[in-house]
Design a protein around this ligand. Sequence first.
Ligand SMILES: O=C(O)CCC(=O)C(=O)O
Length: 326
Amino acid sequence: MIDMTTSLDIKELRTYWACQREPGTVAPLPRDVEKALLAGLRLNVLETLRYLHHDRPDFDAFEAWVRAQGEPTEASLDRLRRAMAGDAVGAEVGDLDHVDGLSADDLAHWDEHGYVILRNAIAPHAAEAAELAIYDHLGMRRDDPDTWYRESLGHSIWVPLLRHPALVANRFAPRIHKAFAQLWGRDDLWVTIDQGGLNPPEHEHWPFPGPHLHWDATLAEPHLLDVQGIIYLADVDEDQGAFSCVPGFHRTLKDWFTTVPRDVSPQDHARRTLTMTPIAAKRGDMIIWHHLLPHGSSPNRARRPRVAQYMSLRPTRYAYTDEWLG
Ligand SMILES: O=C(O)CCC(=O)C(=O)O
C-alpha cells in the first residue's frame, strides 16, 4: 500500500521500478515514456539503475529516493503527470514563440550535415560558471596543468557532476529548448540530466581514452530521428579534444550498411573506415547532432582542457526503432 502522503502519484514510476526489480513480471514502459519519466523526475538514467540494482529498495524507499535525488518541484510533477496521462504540455520554460532559435541557414545545415552549432546557446558567464564548477568538483584549478590529471578524473573524459546549480541552470536556457523544439517539431520536451566532461591535453601518462567513433543508437531500420547535444563551456579549437562526427552520415547510413562485411560488427567497420571531422566552437555554443551520425570525442593536442556539459531534449512520445543492431 502506497503512503499517499509521500507518493509522487505517478503510476508509471511503479511500473518502471517493478521492471527493474523483477524483470518479466510487468510489461515495460515504452522507451520514450521511460525517458520522459526519468527526465521529468530530474533523474539520471545510470544513477537510477545503479541505485535500484545496488540497493534493491522497496517502492516507498524508491519514491523517497526519487524525491531526494531529483528534487522535482510541484509544478514539474504536475506537468509530468499531465504528460503521462496523454495531455498536451507545452515547453517547460514557457512560450517559445519569441525565443530566438535556429535560423533557416542553421536548419538547412542540420538537414544536410546532421549537426548544427547553436551559437550562444547559453550566455558566456553561465558557461564559465559551469566550467569552474567542473574544475572545482574535480579538485582542479583551471590555470594549473599540474592539477588536470587528478585521480578524481581517472582515465576518462566523463565528469559525473549532475546537479550543480550552474549545470542545472543551463538545462533551462530558452534558446536550447527552442532549438530542440524546432528539430523535433514540437515543444513538449524533457531535458536529460546528463553529466559534464573534461578532456585534458594528452600526455605520456594520459593518452586520449575515448570515446572513439561510435553510435549510441540502433542501426536497425527504420532510421528515425533522435538528437544528442554537447555545450562547450570554454572555447574549443579543432585540435583541442573537440566533439567529432561524420557529417551527413544520417543520409547515407542505409547505403553504407550494405558495405559492412557479414562477419564484422558495424561499429568496428565504421571505426576502421570512416573519418570524423572535429567541430570547433566557442564558449556557450552547443553542438546538436542526429543520433545516426557516427561520433566521438578526439585527442586533445592543444594546451587547455576541453570542458563541456552534455544535454539532450526529447518529447514525451516519439517514434523509435525497437530492434537493437549495433
Ligand atoms: O564528448 C564528446 O566530444 C563526444 C560525446 C559522445 O561521444 C557522446 O555523447 O556519445
